[in-house]
Design a protein around this ligand. Structure first.
Ligand code: ZN
Length: 198
């Protein structure tokens, strides 16, 4: 079952205005007219977090990010595709076209979804939702299922014809892990570091 975002108090919307000196009726008018309307929805926020994590990836071909959210809408894990700990980025292969598989990245890279699950800052990720910029592969789907994640929200499905993705979808469906594609309401999200100083 998909998480219900509609009835959850948005902690980001809570302002700290001191209402002690302000009559109730005036405060209501001020609050309703001052509230921003262009804030991110929860799903936009979590998917954007996954995209932000993907910017850490050193993979020249594929940047993937993932973000895990619990039922209280708290982020409990973030990951991106990268080499295992202790395997220096500069000494590992990042290509994928060598005839010798040992010189390609695939045998070494840890995928974003796996890293997000392993990097969790909670006891487990049971009943959580995993946001990923790309539909999870079969290997990550196995880990998603075994970890108790109950929903996957993905952005891209560009590998939908690959056997890995088809196998992933078969397993997720049989394990009753819900999958939903994220449809953005905007094409891009710009982070303007200078805005806070204006
Ligand atoms: Zn994967």
């Amino acid at each position: 079952m998909a998480a219900d975002y509609s009835n959850t108090a948005n902690v980001l919307d809570t302002d700290n205005t001191d209402t002690a000196q302000v009559p109730d009726d005036i405060f209501v008018i001020v609050a309703s007219s001052d509230k921003r309307s262009d804030y991110l929805s929860w799903r936009e926020y979590f998917m954007s977090t996954a995209f932000l994590a993907s910017l850490r990836s050193k993979d020249p071909a594929t940047r993937v990010g993932a973000c895990i959210v619990n039922r209280q809408l708290q982020i409990v894990g973030i990951g991106y595709n990268g080499m295992p700990r202790g395997c220096p980025d500069d000494k590992m292969p990042w290509g994928k076209s060598s005839p010798d598989r040992l010189f390609n990245k695939h045998l070494y890279v840890c995928h974003a979804e796996m890293n997000a699950i392993l990097n969790k800052n909670s006891a487990d990720v049971e009943n959580c939702v995993l946001y990923s910029t790309l539909f999870p592969c079969n290997e990550c789907s196995k880990i998603i299922i075994q970890s108790g994640i109950k929903e996957v929200v993905h952005y891209s499905d560009k590998h939908r014809k690959k056997p890995e993705t088809i196998a992933a979808k078969r397993m997720l469906a049989k394990a009753n892990v819900e999958t939903n594609q994220f449809i953005p309401t905007m094409e891009r999200l710009v982070i303007d570091f200078t805005e806070v100083n204006k």
